[in-house]
Design a protein around this ligand. Structure first.
Ligand code: BGC
Length: 461
């Protein structure tokens, strides 16, 4: 089908970058608040004399909260709008971070971590959703992926903060510092406009026109407005709409990519890298392990920049193919390295090298593309709800993988666990080939029209 693009000087509007940059702060909070616990937990455990169960609760409260947040907010983002949802989320972040910092006992701490989790669950999809509805098609991939870039930066910043504050056991500050970007996000979002697409779906046509003119830097936005309003002719927009046969292929893509993003093991590396380095690869000092983990975090950031540079040029599917192939290869080698009798010096470095290739391959593909694609493929009227569903799946699988990694390594050995993730990535290649569309360069309205036409989604090119 022909690739409709927005015309005019508007495509170069810097305002769009500002909007995307501020909204992507939600990604920074996502990364920071999931990463910070790895360092903080060591001191919390000692201070509150935590039982293993309480420790698990402190660590997993965020994941549980994220599932709850994503599950309960789909209707909110469709009803209240994207902008208000992000503002509410940022308030929750601030509240949760401050609460953690002053928590008098472990139960308050767990509740505050749950609140942060709820905020992460909502922010993880509303931020990409908002950016995708503001961005012009030509640079939408890059702009939405800014959110993923901020996630990776948030993870690195959390490692750095943990590292810097570990000497004085300042775990309260580790959490409390999260309130700073949250406050910036609130202030930033208050000054930004609502998504023009959401405004039109709520019949605020004139407001939508004003926002579009501002972000496209042209008065002539009637073409884009017409395309949006054409997709809004259908009245129905309840949860039942999500289950309609014509929406189903998009649901399969969203939930399938959520599954693949998580069951290929990314968060076992993000959450357990120091353990992998120390216990499995035999690095003797904890400090070296943490530094090595920091390097992985930086590779994650750098390769996300590469993805941003490539995603609108080569497209989403080629990146998925390259990235998953790299993951399969590195997981295979990693498993092999752990299979050999003892982690001799050389092998140790092979293991580290494989982890680097693995994280680089994820960062250039599944990392940004899952969040990007779920912001692109759903029809406007139910976009918030459908995205929340895919996001629940993502956090749900995340939880399952995190909870089973240590058992998996006990049962199958480290090699078995990594090979298992590798096999899942092979499944991911097939899934991409058989189900995933190429959304590069299409307007969101084009994609919706195509979906409604009932043609095979994977044939959208
Ligand atoms: C994933 C997270 C992961 C992060 C790592 C995100 O896209 O959803 O689960 O921790 O990437 O960079």
């Amino acid at each position: 089908m022909p690739k409709a693009r927005t015309k005019g000087a508007g495509e170069e509007s810097y305002f769009v970058y500002l909007v995307a940059g501020i909204a992507a702060l939600a990604g920074l909070l996502f990364g920071y608040d999931t990463g910070v616990i790895s360092g903080a937990i060591l001191f919390i455990k000692d201070q509150f004399h935590l039982s293993p169960f309480a420790e698990e609760l402190v660590v997993s409260a965020v994941l549980l909260g994220a599932v709850i947040g994503a599950a309960s907010s789909g209707t909110v983002s469709d009803r209240l709008g994207r902008r208000k949802s992000i503002i509410i989320t940022a308030l929750l972040f601030t509240l949760g971070a401050t609460g953690c910092a002053v928590a008098p006992n472990v139960w308050i701490l767990i509740i505050c971590r749950l609140v942060i989790g709820i905020a992460i669950g909502v922010a993880s999809y509303v931020a990409p959703l908002y950016i995708s509805e503001i961005a012009p098609p030509k640079t939408r991939g890059a702009l939405v992926s800014l959110n993923q870039l901020m996630i990776t930066c948030g993870i690195v910043v959390s490692y750095l903060v943990d590292y810097a504050l570990a000497g004085d056991e300042q775990w309260r500050w580790m959490f409390g510092l999260g309130a700073v970007p949250a406050a910036v996000l609130i202030i930033g979002m208050i000054s930004l406009p609502e998504s023009p697409r959401w405004l039109m779906s709520r019949n605020f046509t004139e407001k939508a026109r004003a926002v579009l003119s501002r972000i496209r830097r042209t008065e002539d936005v009637s073409g884009e407005m017409k395309a949006i309003s054409d997709t809004l002719t259908q009245k129905t927009a309840g949860w039942n709409e999500i289950l309609r046969p014509w929406v189903r292929p998009a649901l399969i893509v969203g939930i399938g990519l959520a599954l693949i993003q998580q069951v290929t093991g990314i968060n076992t590396v993000i959450y357990y890298a120091p353990t992998i380095f120390r216990d499995l690869a035999g690095f003797s000092s904890a400090k070296v392990s943490i530094l090595a983990t920091l390097c992985l975090g930086l590779v994650n950031v750098f390769m996300t920049v590469v993805a941003i540079w490539l995603v609108d040029k080569v497209g989403r599917k080629p990146l998925l193919y390259w990235g998953m192939s790299g993951m399969i290869l590195s997981l295979g080698v990693l498993g092999l390295a752990f299979k050999l009798p003892s982690m001799a010096a050389g092998l140790k470095w092979i293991a580290v090298g494989s982890l680097v290739v693995y994280i680089a391959s994820f960062a250039v593909s599944l990392g940004p593309i899952f969040w990007l694609m779920i912001a692109e493929i759903y029809p406007l009227k139910i976009r918030g709800r459908a995205m929340s569903l895919a996001t629940v799946a993502n956090w749900g699988f995340n939880m399952i993988v995190a909870a089973t990694f240590l058992t998996l390594t006990q049962r199958l050995g480290a090699s078995g666990a990594f090979w298992f993730y590798g096999v899942m990535a092979i499944g991911g290649l097939f899934f991409t080939y058989f189900f995933v569309p190429e959304t590069k360069g299409h307007t969101l309205e084009d994609i919706e029209k195509y979906l409604r036409s009932g043609r095979k989604l994977k044939e959208l090119k």
